[in-house]
Design a protein. Structure first.
Length: 125
């Protein structure tokens, strides 16, 4: 070190850099944890959709066959149109419910909130 240089001259930038790296490290750890959580949530959603589709298909095939036979015998073609309309209404209801769930899906909420807080703190100083 030169004689003209004060020993604490480089200490402040060094501490600032260390603080910055610590904050960056914490944010990256939070991002990794949230990405793992998102991966699990997506996998669960895909599995639920697969199970719903499979069980729904078998259930609908069985029930639809029974209902069609009974409706045809009792009400004829008009009854089949009513059954088809009810099936369409049920399908639209389930699609709407899935749409609402996907629309309200928050992606990386913790990371985004922490970054917003960091920006607010920097703006206030």
């Amino acid at each position: 070190m030169e004689e003209n240089e004060k020993p604490g001259l480089l200490e402040a930038p060094r501490r600032l850099g260390a603080t910055f790296l610590t904050i960056l490290h914490n944010r990256l750890e939070l991002l990794v944890v949230e990405l793992q959580q998102e991966r699990i949530r997506i996998l669960e959603a895909v599995l639920f959709v697969a199970v719903i589709a499979t069980l729904g298909f078998f259930t609908l095939a069985s029930v639809a066959t029974a209902v069609i036979i009974l409706t045809w015998n009792k009400f004829g073609v008009d009854g089949l149109f009513v059954v088809g309309g009810l099936a369409l209404a049920g399908t639209l209801l389930v699609c709407w419910r899935l749409w609402v769930r996907l629309k309200n899906w928050a992606f990386l909420p913790g990371t985004l909130n922490e970054l917003k807080k960091d920006l607010e703190c920097l703006d206030n100083k």
